[in-house]
Structure formats: C-alpha cells, structure tokens
Design a protein around this ligand. Structure first.
Ligand code: UDP
Length: 243
C-alpha cells in the first residue's frame, strides 16, 4: 500500500517487505528506482518541481527517518517502521549474497567505496561486488561513469552522493548504466567503510539517531534547520487545516 504525504506517495512497508519488493523488481527485468525519502528532501520538493517529479517516478519510496514516520502518523496514514538507506542497504547485501545478485558501489570520497566493498566482502562471503567508484567527479564525466558501470552489469547499484544529487543522477543515468535497479543511500558507504560511526543501538531505539548525527557532525546544523519547518508544514496541513 502507498500512503500520501504532502503529495508524495510512500510505500507503507516493513523492512522485510521492502526487501521482498526489491527482489520482485529485480525479477521484473525493468530498470527500477528506489528512493529513501527523508524530511529534508520532502520539504525541498514542495518548492522544486523536479524533485517532486523524481519522487513520483520512483518505483519504491521508503520512509527514511523518524521525521517521515512521525509525519505519516500525524497525517493519519502510519507506516510500519522506518526504512533508512543504511539499514536497507545492509539487508539487501545479505539478500544479495543469498540470491547471487551482483552489486556496484558508486559514490563517497575517493577510497571510501573501495574500503566499503572490502568490508562487505568480509561480512558477506560469496557476495558478488561488480565494482566501485568514488563520487567526486567533474561535470561531463557522468556518461563515462555510467558506461563503466554498464560493463560490469550489476543487478543492484548503490548510489551514495547525498540527496538530492543521487536521486537526480539515478534519474538521468540509470538506463545508461544497464543496472537492474538503483537506490540512493546517502552516507552509507562512510559507515560501511568505518569512516563514520553510527549512533549506538540504544540511541537508535530511542529514535534519537538524528540528534546523535547532529552532535557528531555539527556541519549538519544548516540542513537540519529544515526539520522544524517540515514539522510545522505537516501540522498545518493535517491538524490546523481541520479547524
Ligand atoms: N558525496 C559524493 N559526491 C558529492 C557529494 C557528496 O560522493 O559530490 C558523498 C559524501 O562523500 C557522502 C555522501 O555523498 O559519503 C553524503 O552523505 P550524507 O551523510 O550527507 O548523506 P545523507 O545520508 O544525510 O543523505
């Protein structure tokens, strides 16, 4: 089932169901796009038609973060749980190693994707890594990158350029890469490569991972200024308008 939040449809699926859906999309043999939607993207999409269209074109949109889960609840259309880029990537890697899918890692600073690939090989023996490449390219290099990916024929392409750059890149180049499907995963390679530590499990259980990230990476302040605006928009749309 898809639920409507501020004009973007989100798939109301648990993590397990999301992985099954991706497996189904891979079997379909038609290039597909997965978007892990966070509040910042959704808020920007309200004033940026291109971002809105990208979200509407995605084959699967997951609730990335507590902000989206909360907003869906306020809107009266709850989703079962949050399905973040990093958690979904970990589950898909596990599934890939069982199902024999090959994966390609594109994005993050030089050296990070390859380090993440090495860690993944240790964690998931037998997983087929089609290739990797960093995400700091010059304008005009996109087609070359897509061609290099194409030569490796991955089933799943993980793109870690940060939102919305990764969504725009996927939309423009997915077909050219020949990948089965692509998913934007933000800073996940940094975590997998051990460059950025995730908040401990208990912090995540308390739904405070966003706060931990903010404290560790104060540069995120600017970005997270959007969160109160997002919350206000949701409350205005779904609570205040009713009075
Ligand atoms: N990045 C990249 N190319 C760029 C800009 C960013 O590969 O031109 C990478 C960056 O190194 C980082 C990721 O994109 O690994 C973005 O991480 P962030 O934590 O900001 O993403 P989020 O998970 O918050 O969307």
């Amino acid at each position: 089932m898809r639920v409507n939040l501020l004009d973007i449809k989100i798939d109301a699926l648990s993590m397990e169901e999301t992985v099954e859906r991706v497996a189904g999309l891979i079997r379909n043999n038609r290039p597909f796009r997965v978007m892990t939607l966070n509040p910042e993207y959704l808020y920007q999409a309200r004033s940026d038609r291109e971002l809105l269209d990208l979200a509407r074109r995605a084959d699967l949109v997951t609730a990335d973060g507590e902000g989206i889960v909360w907003a869906c609840r306020v809107a009266g259309c709850p989703v079962p749980e949050r399905v973040t880029g990093i958690d979904l990537m970990l589950k898909l890697l596990e599934r890939a190693s069982l199902s024999g899918w090959s994966v390609y890692l594109f994005g993050a600073a030089p050296g990070v994707a390859i380090a993440a690939a090495e860690r993944i090989c240790q964690e998931y023996p037998g997983l087929r890594i089609a290739g990797s490449q960093h995400g700091y390219f010059q304008a005009g290099e996109e087609s070359r990158i897509a061609q290099e990916i194409k030569e490796t024929r991955p089933d799943l392409l993980f793109v870690a350029l940060g939102a919305p750059k990764q969504e725009i890149w996927i939309d423009r180049y997915l077909e050219k890469t020949g990948a089965g499907g692509a998913i934007g995963v933000g800073g996940s390679f940094d975590v997998l490569a051990g460059r950025v530590r995730r908040a401990p499990r208990w912090v995540r259980r308390l739904r405070l991972e966003w706060l931990a990230r903010l404290l560790r990476q104060p540069s995120r302040w600017r970005r997270q200024m959007i969160l109160p605006l997002f919350a206000w928009t949701v409350l205005k749309e779904y609570k205040l308008k009713r009075f």
